[in-house]
Design a binder for this molecule. Structure first.
Ligand SMILES: O=P(O)(O)OC[C@H]1O[C@](O)(COP(=O)(O)O)[C@@H](O)[C@@H]1O
Length: 369
């Protein structure tokens, strides 16, 4: 890991390093990677949004300025981001699934289900009447929504061993972690759903379902059409990007609508918070130890001492970093490129930040398995 290349006074950052992969382990969808989120100033001009994209953003902003409250459904339509009918329908089904998961997590009845911390449940070897974990129930909710949408060809989920082929004519590929952070659910710590959306690769249509499901799910993050997360916390937030800005919607429980509350999020140029599991300090490479030591003593170019915040729930730690700035990272080997790092990197890049493994742009890493 090359943390020596990080500035000693980083702007806002998210990091998950690859060199902590077990030796010889392939870089794959199940591989952890470092992610760095830095301000737009750190991008070369060529990596900045194109003029066409900037024009689309300006007209979208004008549309938002001219109106009051805007719901997600309105935002998706012709007067808003105008994402196209297929994508609008898909996202409508996904947001419904997220609302069902939010309700499930908050329900007193979910003790009949089992938190992911509750041991080995819901596995295929269990009996039919065994309780399922909330992860598995969330996975089922998402799959059924995608089937109902008619717009998904494949769902690749962190919960499934293999991607599930849904429909030959579904235009979109969905990669998803249905319930991240669920280890903490029994103590009501925030959790989240993370997803990415790709176009179906029509050139693979002739292949057997299993093969085309795999290959469609292994697209590079650069090909993402959209990405998002739902944060299940004191408020339920749905944060989305369709490639022109990153926007967050808050669930209004009185109407059941997601309302646009954070249009065009810009990650602050500089934050004062670092977020990492400090207990692993002695496992970190020395570059990372030096970097954290420097910022927490206020010895970088930015003279203030950074504070630590670590919820141990990726969506919650990421969301705080997106809004307040700073750096969030996981230098261990258990966050996934396909389901977690790619969608979050897409979101942070469209908010003016950066996702890195310490030396490489996350979105440029080709998943291999
Ligand atoms: O134990 P660590 O290294 O602090 O990891 C915590 C991270 O693991 C996660 O719980 C994800 O783990 P899973 O992918 O196994 O659900 C994240 O939400 C969190 O950021």
């Amino acid at each position: 890991m090359q943390f020596s290349c990080l500035p000693s006074n980083p702007k806002s950052i998210v990091v998950f390093p690859p060199s902590l992969r077990p030796l010889g382990a392939p870089q794959s969808s199940s591989t952890a990677i470092p992610v760095t989120v830095v301000s737009l100033a750190h991008f070369p001009a060529t990596a900045r949004p194109s003029l066409t994209c900037q024009r689309a953003v300006r007209s979208e902003m004008a549309a938002i300025d001219g109106e009051g409250t805007r719901t997600l459904i309105e935002y998706l339509g012709k007067g808003g981001a105008n994402v196209g009918d297929d994508l609008a329908i898909l996202v409508t089904h996904l947001q419904y699934a997220c609302k069902r998961i939010a309700a499930l997590i908050a329900s007193p009845l979910n003790s009949n289900i089992v938190g992911a911390g509750g041991g080995d449940v819901g596995s295929s070897s269990s009996g039919r009447d065994d309780p399922k974990s909330l992860d598995i129930v969330s996975n089922d909710i998402i799959l059924s929504s995608l089937r109902n949408s008619g717009k998904a060809c494949v769902m690749a989920s962190e919960e499934d061993d293999f991607p599930v082929w849904i429909a030959d004519d579904g235009p979109f590929v969905i990669v998803i972690d249905p319930l991240d952070g669920s280890r903490n659910i029994d103590v009501s710590i925030p959790t989240g759903t993370i997803f990415g959306i790709y176009n179906r690769l029509v050139e693979l249509d002739h292949l057997p379902a299993e093969e085309k499901a795999q290959l469609n799910a292994l697209q590079s993050g650069r090909r993402l059409v959209a990405a998002g997360y739902a944060l299940y916390s004191s408020a339920t937030i749905l944060c989305l990007s369709f490639g022109s800005g990153t926007h967050a919607f808050t669930l209004d429980h009185s109407t059941g609508d997601f309302v646009l509350t954070h249009p065009f999020i810009r990650i602050p140029h500089r934050g004062q918070i670092y977020s990492v599991n400090d207990a692993r300090y002695f496992d970190w490479p020395c570059g990372l130890r030096q970097y954290i030591d420097t910022i927490r003593q206020g010895k970088g170019k930015f003279p203030k001492k950074y504070s630590a915040r670590y919820i141990c729930s990726l969506v919650a730690d990421f969301h705080r970093t997106l809004i307040y700035g700073g750096i969030v990272m996981n230098p261990r080997d258990h966050l996934r490129l396909v389901y977690e790092a790619n969608p979050l990197s897409f979101l942070v890049e469209h908010a003016g930040g950066k996702g890195s493994d310490g030396k490489t742009r996350i979105l440029s890493i080709q998943p291999v398995g």
